[in-house]
Design a protein around this ligand. Sequence first.
Ligand code: AMP
Length: 382
Amino acid sequence: MKPLLPGATLGILGGGQLGRYMAIVAQQRGYRVAVLDPQEDAPAHQVAHYRIVAAYDDPTALGQLAEICQAVTFEFENVPASSLEPFQKAGVRIHPGAKALAICQDRILEKTAINACDIETARWAPIRTEADLYGALERFGETGILKTARSGYDGKGQAKVRGTAHAIQAWKAMGAVECVLEEIVPFAMECSVLAARDVEGNCFTHPVCENMHTHHILDVTVSPARVSESAARAMRSRTARIAQELDYVGHLAVEFFVLPDGEVLVNEIAPRPHNSGHLTIDTATASQFEEHVRCVTGWPVLPYEMNVQAAAMSNLLGDAWEGGEPRWERLAEHPDVRLHLYGKAEARPGRKMGHITGWADCADEAERVVRNAREALKQDSV
Ligand code: AMP
């Protein structure tokens, strides 16, 4: 299949910050962009040529989008599989494909696919009945993390459980839907590997990102991660293997747990650009959004190198607006960082409003740079 040429239209399902960056890059490359999102003022709607304000399963809206675009992609994995049908019927290229999407939106299918590549995850069991839950708890020492098989993100749809009564109660509170129970992993670090794979099967991975979370939401990312070379190699090669097995086209991220002995386990796959990859916008030879747009429009993937020694990113959540507008003017004293804001009007606690990227000669220093810059934005900091 030939690459799409400038002038063609890329459709994006989902209008959050990931969709916004995809749209901006696509426009830089001469494409027109059509976004479908139910929120009128969604970050990607603000920059799109065509705005379709409708639900992701609205057949009329999907039909309209399929009519105007030559390629379609999505910025989140919970798009209903049926939403892809109008595009299939209209002969629009869909990347990543329906198979990768179906696998990545269901933790049971996802873990099964990962384990089928001989790649380790935390020990897990599918939970469909109370008996499944009893059996799994017994295997994992009466404790574990219960996660809904579908529709979870940023720690939503999951609970740490201890003992059968608590586990059953937590499962019922989730609506007794299909779940997985995972063994609790005593990890030393969480990491992600960003990767892009093109239609020809060429794949590049970015140096490993080290991710620090607060309340299950990504707080700070540092790359390259402060892990051994062998752990980094293992994570990068496993990511490429997973992309190949899924016949994946586009950008993806694989999240890992690194154990104290350096062993690595896959946590989950994000079939899209990833929050930890935001640092690539300012510090890599190609950003994760550039890689994604290239691959989904049929262009060859680009080498994915860092053009700094070490990069870091700190998220700006709505909480930063609690005491009023952050003190943006103070960033004038931090020329070594870049501010990104996503155009969201309402700053709710926990909502991702933007991020700060910084770089330095080593990971420790890059981390310090973005933490300091974020601290300076606080009303009461000096
Ligand atoms: P997830 O939505 O699966 O990425 O989980 C969100 C966060 O919960 C992860 O980033 C970890 O910090 C934590 N977590 C998830 N699964 C496990 C596990 N099996 N063991 C320990 N911590 C976990």
